[in-house]
Every structure is written in C-alpha cells, then in structure tokens.
Ligand binder design. Structure first.
Ligand code: C2E
Ligand code: CA
Ligand code: CA
Length: 857
C-alpha cells in the first residue's frame, strides 16, 4: 500500500468530481429559475460518479482487505481514517469503533512523530518504526511494532501505519500476558531490560530507560551509551558490549548476580552506580533466539556510603570480622591484610583466626569473645598481632553480640590499628620513666620496679638506698649547674659500677635507689662495698678535683621488712645510720642496727628535754705540761645523766644530737657553762692558761657560733686567749668554705683552735694550712698504741712532724701510763691529758686537783 497508489489518486479524483456533481445538483435544484434538464443531468452525473466511486472504493477496499498485515490510515491529528480487516482483527475492534479514534488512545507510549508532519505533497516521509504496547478492544495488551510513513493528501497530513506484533515475540504463546507484564514493569522502581541474543534491546521499562539514560528512543539501544564510554566498572574501566552482565550471562549460560557498574553522567559530572543481575532465558530458544532479562538497581547512595565507609575504615585503620560460633566460622574483611599485613582469608575457623594473635594475648581474647556473647554491651580488648614482615601491631578489638530473638547469634567485631598510639604511649612511659638528669630510672619507675619485684611471692630482693655525702656543699660552692653535672656523673659512675645487672633510679636530689633481684640480692653486701669503692676516685669540676663519697643503706625483702614501704624506710634508716657512723660507707639493716635505731629514737626524744631538766653537766680533764707536770689547762667534756637512761656517754649521744641538730642548743650551753666556770675559777685563784671546749661541725656550720662564743667571753669578762675550741678533722675535708670565716672571727678575738683526733680522717694537709689553727690533738686511739705498735708510733711521729713544720702546738690525748708519757715527751710534745694525770673531773674536783698539783708542782 503506497500513498502514491494510482487507485488512491483516482479515488481522490472521483470523490472530488462527485462532490462537484452534487454541488451542481444543488445549484440546479435551488433558485426560482430551476432548470429541470440541468438538474437531471447533474443527478445522473453524480450517480455515475458515485457508482464509479463505489466501484473504485470497493476495489480499494478489496485491496486493503487483501493486504494481510494490519494497516491503518491516520489523519493529521492521528485519528484513524481507515483500518483494514487485518487491523480490525489485530486490534480486536470492529471498524466502526476504530474509525475516528485517536491512535494515541491505543498505544503506550505513543511514538513521537506519529503522524509525522514533515511530509510534502510530492514526497512521503521515510518510513519510521517504533515499539509500543497496544491496548486492544478486548482489553488485552500486545507488544507491537509500528512502521509508518507520513504523506500529504490534498493538503492534509496522512499517515499509513502497518502494525506488527513485536518481533521476535518474547513469549509467542502468551503475547497478551507478556505485554501486560511489560506494562506492569514500568511501575517498578527496578530497571528491567530484555535483550535478545544479538544484544538488541527488546524492552526497557521506564526505570531502565531512566537509569541507563536511554530517554524516549525507540527502539531503545545501549549502542550510544557504550559508544561514548558511558559504562564503567568499579575500577573505572570502560565497558564494551561483551563486558555487560547480560552478555556474560548469556555466554556462561548462567545468571550473573549483583554485578556492579556505573553510568557516567557527563552532564552532572557524577556517576550512577548500578547493580545488575542478568538471567538468560534459554528455554525461549525454541521460539526464536534466547533472551536475557536484566534487573537493574540504583545503588548509588549505597555505593557512595560503601566507598566512604571503606575509605573511612582505611583511614581509621579499621578492619572488620564476624564470628558465628555455631558454625565455627569467622568472616573477615580484606582490610586485615591492608592494615595489619596479615593474610586472613575471607572465611576461616576461630582457631585459625586466633592463631594470628600473639600467644600471650590469646587466652584473654578467647575470654573476651565469650564474654562479649553474654553481654548486651560491647567489649573492647587490646591485643597484638604479628604481621607478615614480623612487625608487631597493636589492635583494639571492639566486640558486640548481634542478637536474633534474644539469642546471641553471632559476634560482630572491628579491629583498629592502635600500634602508633601504643608506641607513643610506650615512648611516653619510657620518657616519664627516665630521670632526665642522669638517664637512670625516674623515682616513679624505680619505686614501681621495687613493687613489681616484691610482688613475686618467691622474690628475695635487696634495695640499696644511696646518698651522696655532702652534696649540698657542692651545690652551694659550685652552683646548681655544676651540681647537676656532678649528679649526672654520679649516675654514670653507678651505672658503670653495676652494669645492666641492677635497676637504678634517682629518688630525689642526691638520693638513689638500687634494686637487686634474686641472684644479685645474695651478694648485696659486696655490691654495696663495690659502690662505696667506686667513689674513691674524686670527681672533676674543671681543674678542680672534688671528692664525693656515698653512704648506703641496705635492706632486704622479705627478711627485713614485711612490705615495700617498710623495706624502703629501713633502707633509708640504714643509710642515715651509715652517714652518722662517719659517711662513705654502707650499712645493712640488722638486728643491731634495729637496736641502734630504736636507741636513737629513745635518746633523741629524751635528749630534747635534758637541758631544761638539768641533766647535763661538764667535767674537766686537766691538760698537763709534760716538762713541768703542771696543769696548764683543761678540756671541758659533756656528761648526761638521765633518770630513765642512766649515764649516757657523749660518744653515744653526741652523734644523735648532731644528727638532730640538738647539738647547736647544747653546744651553746657548753660554751656558756665553760666560760662561766673559767671565770669562777679565775676569781677563785685558779689561773688556767686555757680551757678547751669541743665544737661540733654542726655548730660550726652556723656562722652565728662565733658571735655566741665572743658574747660568752664578753659576758664573763674573759680574754679570747683563755679559750680554745677543739674541732674535728672532718672540718678540714668538708665544710671548709663555710667554716673559715667562723674560725677567722674566733681567731681574731684571740681564741685558739685545735684539731681534735688529728690523723683519724683524711690527711688534707694543704687545707690545714689555709685555716687559722694553733694546735693538733693526737687521738687517744693512737696514743694507746705507743710505744709498742709501730703503726701508731709512726702516725704519732707524723702528726708531730706536721705540727712542727706548720708551727702548731701538739696535745697528746689519752696518756694512761709512763711509757706513753715518756714517748710523747721524747717526741717533743709539750701538753698532754689522760688518765695518768686525771680523769675528767667535776669542777670542784678539778679545782682541788689543780691546787694539789700546784702545791705538789
Ligand atoms: P674527745 O674530744 O676526743 O675527748 C677525749 C675523750 O677521751 C673523752 O671521752 C675522755 O674522757 C677520753 N679520755 C681522756 N683520757 C683518756 C685516757 O687516758 N684513756 C682513754 N681511753 N680515754 C681518755 P668522753 O668524755 O667520753 O668524750 C667522748 C667524745 O665526746 C669526745 O672526744 C668529744 O668528741 C665528744 N664530746 C665530749 N664533750 C663534748 C662537748 O661538750 N661538745 C661536743 N661537741 N663534743 C663533746
Ligand atoms: Ca676533744
Ligand atoms: Ca680527741
């Protein structure tokens, strides 16, 4: 059927002629001057034309009828002008129903451009095709293919449409149902795409068109989309036709599920993520070629979330896992490998999963997993995993049971990499555990170390409490910076002496604590001795040598203490006791030391009130001129008679009084008392050349002591020359710098200064020169050995030699017999005191002894 068909042209001519004849007829019949002849001929012409027209039309009709395809002729508005019987049958409508019906009412969608307008009178438009669902007269739907051409007829637009069932028919047997199904699919939010074996799209529902950006094109086709590279996979690779899930499904003859691909949207600059499942319909092969049905889901938000989540997980270094206890399955995300460098398969058994964790952490982890199943809230646990490269990673696991109907079905867990955090923590701990000055352990760290070692029920440990002797002096004399350097040197010397065997920490200032574990604890005494010896060599400060000694207290656990607190207190006590005993030595906590400590507490508490209670008095031991035998002077010696403690010798209580500082008050009393006695004796005619008073180093550390001595002399109206102060040799080596101005002040007032017990301590002869000293006293300990013990003889001779070369007086102490007296006299010693002449005497006894001696002199 062609628009330019001669039949149709003839029909048109006849129709027009017929119309003209009818018009003539009308004109002939009308009006007053009607011409019957003209009317008759017009009618016969009209009838003839009508007959011809009918004949031709019926011929045309027959032709139309003869065409086997359904054919419709439409007017310019798309209304049906003609429909052949095949069309009527195809559309299941009688012709009278069809005529004048707009075709759009039958089609869904109505293909755009039907009828076309671009046709001209001479040329019909090129044929066009479209698919649509036809709504038929009986209410059934049919997928149809339309082929039409537009043309113009007498200035009217026309279109001739051939209908065909969409081919190949997806389900030939049930076309009606199929097309209804397809129509239903349009309402679905899922895209549905039906392709044939050649990849031609047979159907795309509205969602599929929208998702794939196919628009209204008909038939829809993926060609353009593929040609512009609009489809990519997850890695961003352009997909070709053969990469499409539908093609893969067809090639495999098996469904493809959940393939992820993206449609690039160049207009919006984004991409739309689609999840596509494609199923081949091979059973349709008999009816034609096989089909593939693809279901397309827009997963853009999900994918975006997933990507964000994965990126966030990577950034936060988080991996995930699930544990299904009943099935003994652990499911792991790929991040384990990425983050921790451990190959965890996607699925494994719990035992294999646990094997990736440090053996030490496994029992804890198993417990945590079990606990997490019981608990409603999540559980956190930190464990270590070993990476492939041997690196240890720290993992924080968060475990949470997922419950289904009250039962904990499985456990969901995340694993976060906290290695850096742990390293930082560790670093911080090490730094806070380190004493910055010495590089040894900090106070906290060393105390923690004692607690840790003592926590072991089988532990036998020893602690050494070490204190640098006279360190305060270093700080005062050389400044704090030098002091700090010295402490660092002390730390280094301790470390060098002990090696890595022991833990060494600095407690405060110049106090150190050393913890000796089991094996070393047994040798604690020799280690203490070793440390004392390590300080024999002086330290250097620039050009200067500074001798620094240490005092060490040693205590053991559990032998000496029932807990760490007590252990540390006892070591500290032993250290102080060691200092009291003359420094530069060590002392272990022992039964005798415990007694000593107890005694100290008793003595100190009683001594505090001894002065007020009048329990103290002075005895006076005569000093005799060996040549004349005359009493030239005396030494004042302190006595304490306590109603509770009995008579306490000064050797027992003076060190305590020095340690507690009580000696300062007592010493002031001694000076006053001695001066008062001296004045009283002078008034009584006992004219001593000199009275000697012992001054403790503690008294001399206070510069006011010179003023006190001078005030006492002044109050008693005594010349300074009448007084001598005896100071111990300790002064020479220690607080020299402090003491010098005090001694100089005393000396300026005429007071003599003697070094007591010279030779017992350091020989610091150059210092001896720098102090204003008049006499050396030979200790009774050396006197005791002469003349028989060679060593003591040598010492006495040396002291006498030193005194002579420095122009100093010598006083021999402790002369008990004639042999000693003879020896001292032969050595040129002028003055002596001792039991040979007199014991220390009370003031009245002394006066009597003096008078007798004078008389006997
Ligand atoms: P020191 O200053 O060396 O006093 C001499 C000590 O030798 C005295 O002991 C005295 O009694 C003792 N002695 C005297 N002759 C002999 C002798 O022939 N043989 C023996 N073996 N010993 C003899 P004392 O009185 O027990 O005093 C002991 C120490 O107490 C004194 O030693 C002195 O360091 C200290 N001391 C005594 N009184 C005072 C005082 O008023 N102030 C201070 N700071 N210390 C004092
Ligand atoms: Ca003395
Ligand atoms: Ca002495």
């Amino acid at each position: 059927m062609h628009p330019g068909d001669p039949v149709r042209a003839e029909l048109r001519r006849l129709r027009e002629a017929h119309a003209d004849a009818l018009a003539d007829m009308a004109r002939a019949a009308a009006g007053a001057a009607a011409d019957p002849e003209r009317l008759r001929s017009a009618r016969s012409e009209a009838d003839r034309l009508a007959g011809e027209l009918i004949a031709l039309a019926s011929r045309h009709q027959r032709r139309m009828e003869a065409v086997p395809e359904p054919v419709l002729v439409l007017d310019g508005d798309g209304r049906i002008l003609e429909a052949n019987p095949a069309a009527c049958e195809f559309l299941r409508q009688p012709p009278e129903e069809l005529l004048a019906t707009p075709i759009s009412r039958l089609l869904r969608p109505c293909p755009p451009g039907l009828p076309a307008s671009e046709a001209t009178e001479r040329d019909a438009a090129p044929p066009r095709r479209a698919r649509a669902v036809l709504r038929r007269g009986d209410g059934s739907d049919l997928a149809a293919e339309l082929c039409w051409r537009s043309f113009a007829e007498s200035g009217e637009r026309r279109a001739i449409v051939v209908l065909r069932e969409a081919s190949p028919a997806p389900e030939p047997a049930a076309n009606a149902d199929r097309s209804r199904e397809l129509a239903l699919l349009d309402g679905l939010p899922l895209g549905v795409l039906v392709e044939d074996a050649l990849g031609r799209v047979l159907h795309a529902n509205a969602s599929a068109r929208e998702l794939l950006g196919l628009g209204e094109q008909d038939p829809p086709s993926l060609d353009a989309l593929l040609a512009r590279g609009g489809l990519v996979d997850v890695e961003g690779r352009r997909l070709g036709r053969e990469d499409l899930p539908s093609r893969i499904a067809l090639a495999r003859r098996a469904p493809v599920r959940g393939a992820l691909l993206a449609v690039l949207d160049p207009d919006r600059g984004g991409r739309r993520w689609l999840q596509v499942s494609a199923s081949p319909r091979l059973e349709d092969q008999g009816a034609g070629s096989p089909l593939v049905v693809s279901v397309i889901e827009d997963v853009t938000p999900l994918q975006r979330d997933r990507e964000l989540f994965a990126r966030a997980q990577r950034l936060a270094r988080i991996a995930g896992f699930e544990w299904w206890p009943a099935a003994d399955r652990v499911l792991c995300t790929p991040q384990w490998n990425e983050i921790f460098g451990i190959d965890l398969p996607a699925e494994l058994r719990l035992e294999a999963f646990l094997a990736r964790f440090a053996a030490d952490d496994r029992p804890r982890l198993v417990e945590a997993l079990a606990e997490a199943l019981r608990r409603p809230s999540e559980i956190a646990i930190e464990c270590r995993v070993s990476a492939r490269d041997g690196r240890r990673c720290w993992v924080r696991l968060l475990l949470q049971a997922i419950r289904l109907g009250g039962e904990a079905a499985h456990l969901a867990g995340t694993a976060q990499d906290i290695t850096e955090e742990k390293l930082r923590e560790e670093d911080l701990r090490i730094r806070s555990d380190t004493d910055l000055l010495t590089g040894l352990l900090s106070r906290e760290a060393i105390l923690r170390a004692v607690h840790e070692q003592a926590a072991n029920p089988l532990a036998r440990i020893a602690v050494l409490h070490l204190d640098v002797d006279r360190f305060k002096l270093v700080n005062e004399v050389f400044g704090h910076e030098a002091g700090d350097r010295m402490l660092a040197a002390v730390g280094a010397r301790l470390r060098a002496a002990l090696g890595a065997r022991a833990q060494i920490g600095r407690l405060t200032g110049d106090e150190f604590l050393i913890v000796l574990g089991d094996e070393l604890a047994r040798r604690a005494e020799s280690i203490a001795e070793l440390l004392v010896r390590a300080f024999d060599r002086p330290f250097r400060h620039g050009e200067q040598e500074i001798p620094l000694g240490v005092s060490i207290g040693l205590a053991r656990y559990p032998d000496d203490a029932s807990d760490v607190r007590e252990l540390l207190t006892r070591a500290d006590g032993a250290m102080h006791q060691a200092k009291r005993r003359g420094r530069k030595g060590w002392l272990a906590v022992s039964a005798s030391l415990a007694r000593e400590l107890a005694e100290r507490v008793t003595i100190e508490s009683h001594l505090r009130r001894a002065l007020e209670l009048g329990e103290l008095r002075l005895l006076y031991q005569p000093k005799v001129d060996l040549r004349t035998g005359r009493v030239t002077g005396a030494e004042a010696l302190l006595r304490w008679h306590s109603p509770q403690l009995g008579t306490v010798a000064p050797d027992r209580f003076v060190p305590h009084a020095e340690a507690s500082g009580e000696i300062v008050r007592i010493g002031r009393w001694v000076i006053d008392q001695a001066c008062a006695q001296l004045a009283a004796w002078r008034r009584a005619g006992i004219a001593l050349e000199q009275l000697a008073v012992n001054l403790s180093y503690r008294q001399l550390m206070d510069t006011r002591v010179a003023d006190e001595v001078l005030r006492a002399l002044f109050e008693q109206q005594l010349q300074g020359e009448l007084l001598e102060v005896e100071i111990t040799e300790r002064i020479l080596t220690e607080e020299v710098e402090d003491v010098r101005p005090v001694l100089q002040a005393l000396r300026a007032a005429g007071v003599s200064i003697a070094i007591d017990d010279f030779g017992e301590g350091y020989s610091a002869l150059d210092r001896l020169r720098r102090l204003p000293i008049q006499a050396l006293k030979i200790s009774h300990r050396f006197t005791a050995g002469v003349p028989h013990i060679a060593g003591d003889v040598a010492i006495c001779q040396a002291i006498i030699g030193v005194a002579r070369s420095l122009g100093l007086e010598v006083v021999a102490e402790g002369v008990e017999n004639e042999a000693q007296r003879g020896f001292m006299q032969r050595q040129g010693v002028r003055l002596a005191q001792g039991f040979l002449f007199a014991r220390p005497l009370a003031a009245e006894e002394f006066a009597q002894f003096y008078r007798e001696r004078r008389a006997g002199g």
